[in-house]
Design a protein around this ligand. Structure first.
Ligand SMILES: NC(=O)c1ccc[n+]([C@@H]2O[C@H](COP(=O)([O-])OP(=O)(O)OC[C@H]3O[C@@H](n4cnc5c(N)ncnc54)[C@H](O)[C@@H]3O)[C@@H](O)[C@H]2O)c1
Length: 433
């Protein structure tokens, strides 16, 4: 079995490395020459725990290679995965499918013998039909099937999510293509992972419905947190109380600054647009997307309020920039909403993230880049925890107090206990408590 992985980003690289770990020969392709050069030098261009070791092991075993040449990789492949980006289209929020379509055309030109073309990128329902049309038009003689196989991995635990997923969804009604997919995912079948075969369009919609549901769950508990603040209850206790109900479940019930990342914001919006286009609007998801945007903006106001109503001329320390811990992904991170509002209000902002500084420097301007958590707080008026990296969970509170001009902490991830912070002399604000 030979696989070509088109697109070597968070999903393509992890999927490629994991398939090679399953014993399959994988050729990873990306049009970004620098990314491929780094990979060929043994460097991993993203931060994902455990990926470097697994990658090195499979390169050494001769099962994993990297290049910018789609043609060579595809010619040899039984299965070609499309794992390119599907960002929000500027202006209207639809998924931008230009990368997917360009990849489909390149694949079509290079295909040799029966090939299964698999969309792993998150794509709106019906995209598989379009990919099929493009390939047919480019290569009327080609022998192929197009399958949808959406990816559910989470950055930060991507390898485990890929190797031990809750389920694998495979969208195709064609038996020949199903056989190839079955063979590819055989190691997961052996560990009794549920493998759901369904139609291509259903598989495409499952991915969006899953993300929209999770985004809704997060927004639900965030809105309950707002209510808790008004009525004087603790959202963590409410989460626990509802999460123990098996119908609800305890995951994704952590109140915070609003969801970010490379998937939920763009995928909720794209789903809303698809639904509007076909005259079946998703009012709930529309509200969730709006609420979440407003929430992220409001987090800066919360910091300003904690500082007595003004941050003009004050220095604010920000701990954590990535949208969640254990990743360097900055896409749609709440920090990107918070920092500009603070700056506009006259604050000097000092920032630190354990892994996302390189990515953050591409997106954030006019801040003071710091070496570590304590350096960030040096002479600051207040500290805000935006991302709950482990190293922020056990700060030396006496040291924090000695560094800050005023012992103000805004904990947007609820990692400290209000009573303990009050006892330690902090002016402490958190979420929904
Ligand atoms: N990041 C996640 O956690 C996650 C999880 C599940 C699904 N997804 C979906 O997977 C897809 C990929 O996401 P990502 O985060 O890996 O994106 P990414 O931006 O990290 O990577 C995409 C890569 O594709 C490359 N590329 C674009 N066009 C190409 C072409 N024609 N040939 C070769 N390479 C090309 C880009 O250079 C880039 O390196 C998206 O549709 C996303 O919604 C992402």
């Amino acid at each position: 079995m030979r696989v070509a992985m088109i697109g070597t980003g968070y999903v393509g690289l992890v999927s490629g490395v994991c398939f090679s770990e399953f014993g399959v020969d994988v050729a990873c392709v990306d049009k970004d020459q620098r990314k491929i050069d780094r990979l060929n030098n043994g460097e991993v261009p993203i931060f994902e725990p455990g990926l470097d070791d697994l990658l090195a092991k499979n390169v050494k075993a001769g099962r994993l290679s990297f290049s910018t040449d789609v043609s060579d990789a595809v010619k040899e492949a039984d299965a070609v995965f499309i794992a390119v980006g599907t960002p929000s289209r500027r202006g209207d929020g639809h998924a931008d499918l230009s990368f997917v379509y360009a990849a489909a055309e390149e694949i079509a030109k290079a295909m040799d013998g029966y090939t299964v073309v698999i969309t792993k990128s998150t794509v709106p329902v019906g995209t598989g039909n379009e990919v099929e049309n493009i390939i047919k038009k480019t290569r009327p003689d080609a022998d192929f099937n197009v399958v949808s196989n959406p990816e559910f991995l989470r950055e930060g635990s991507a390898i485990n999510d890929f190797m031990r997923p809750d389920r694998v969804v495979i969208g195709t009604s064609i038996e020949r293509a199903q056989d190839v997919m079955r063979q590819l995912y055989r190691p997961l079948h052996l560990i009794e992972t549920p493998i759901l075969f369904t139609t291509r369009k259903t598989a495409e919609l499952i991915k969006y419905a899953a993300n929209a549901f999770l985004a809704t769950k997060i927004s639900f508990i965030n809105e309950i947190a707002d209510l808790c603040e008004q009525v004087g209850t603790n959202v963590q206790d409410v989460s626990k109380g509802i999460g123990l109900d098996g119908r609800i479940g305890s995951k994704f019930l952590h109140a915070g600054p609003g969801y970010g990342g490379s998937c939920f914001p763009k995928d909720t919006l794209a789903l809303v647009r698809t639904a509007q286009d076909v005259g079946s609007p998703l009012r709930l998801v529309e509200t969730v997307a709006d609420y979440n945007n407003q929430r992220k903006q409001k987090m800066a106001e919360r910091i300003i309020t904690a500082c007595g109503g003004s941050v003009d001329g004050k220095t604010i320390a920000i701990l954590g920039l990535a949208f969640k811990p254990n990743t360097d992904d900055m896409r749609d991170s709440p920090s990107l909403n918070i920092i500009p509002v603070l700056q506009k209000a006259g604050a000097v902002v000092r920032v630190y993230d354990p892994e996302a500084m390189v990515e953050a420097k591409k997106l954030i301007e006019n801040v003071e880049w710091c070496e570590n958590a304590y350096d960030t707080m040096n002479d600051a008026n207040a500290v805000t925890i935006v991302t709950e990296w482990n190293e922020f969970r056990a700060l030396d509170l006496e040291r924090v107090k000695s560094l800050l001009k005023d012992p103000i902490m805004v904990d947007l991830r609820n990692i400290y206990k209000p009573e303990e912070m009050a006892a330690s002399g902090f002016k402490y604000t958190s979420i929904g408590r």
